[in-house]
Design a protein around this ligand. Sequence first.
Ligand code: F6P
Length: 327
Amino acid sequence: MTKSIKTIGVLTSGGDAPGMNAAIRAVVRAATFYERRVFGIYEGYEGLIADNIKELNARSVKNILNRGGTVLKSSRSEAFKTKEGRKSAYENLKKHGIDALVLIGGNGTFTGGHIFSEEYDIPVIGVPGTIDNDLFGTDYTIGFDSATNTVINCVDKLRDTAESHNRLFFIEVMGRDSGFIALRAALASGALDVILPEESSPMQDLLNELAKGVENKKTNKLVVVAEGNKLGDTFAIAEEIRKKFPDMESKVTILGHLQRGGSPTCHDRVLASQLGVAAVEGLLNGKSDVMVGLENNEITYTFLQKAINNKAVLNTELLRISKILSI
Ligand code: F6P
């Protein structure tokens, strides 16, 4: 293990995700275990620029494994996109003697980290933390499992009303421009249909599924809609369907930021712990400009540029299964 890294900085950036705290804890404790100093950088890249940085120890991260959000807070920094912003960030790192960075976040976080590591001689390693699961180089991102569990709990509740009133429900879920949350949640909640950004003609598909639902006398009709889909706004989709099926009473529910909150699932806590330790060990073994991931149960390191430029591929087999089971 390299002796040159003596002090590690850790930050969370972009949208918060359940399990980020578990990852922070893992980074802080692994660094301490390997007798390195560790600093928490607050409010992501904004805090790096503003020198909102404090030393942490193993006890600083007690009682956070089970908590949602991020104790380090987060931001989406515009200033870090500028050369001046990154210069101030570097000067603050030097001031605290921070030799290396662990960046917990998603695509935007890694884009900033990659540019920074090219400009300055600071090893950086990314830990995938986003509910969207849209990162290449890991089977799952931290937060995805918790978010999908939140979604299915909500859909289960909506099913009660849908069934009691014979209603059609459109349930909009997050995911930015990918349908991982929508697809998995649709399958796990027995939805009649799912509208995904990855689909080319989702309207025709939806019309077919609804017609089939009527024919098969389905009393509740739950349709999961991914934000970023090609049909657009969920209210507009519902309006379009009202014109085609005027006798079908329909409602729209937008789950929104509910999906980002709450205690992380066991899966996310374990994943965050594995990736946090692997991030520190990766840095100490000389890795830089990479994202740590878990693929087929193995820790892997993917170059940040590759993780950013490639798209995580949706398992369309789940869509096929979902259609078989929603008859
Ligand atoms: O990337 C996580 C995410 O929750 C996306 O699913 C969503 O599109 C976006 O962030 C919302 O961002 P904000 O919280 O800044 O509105």
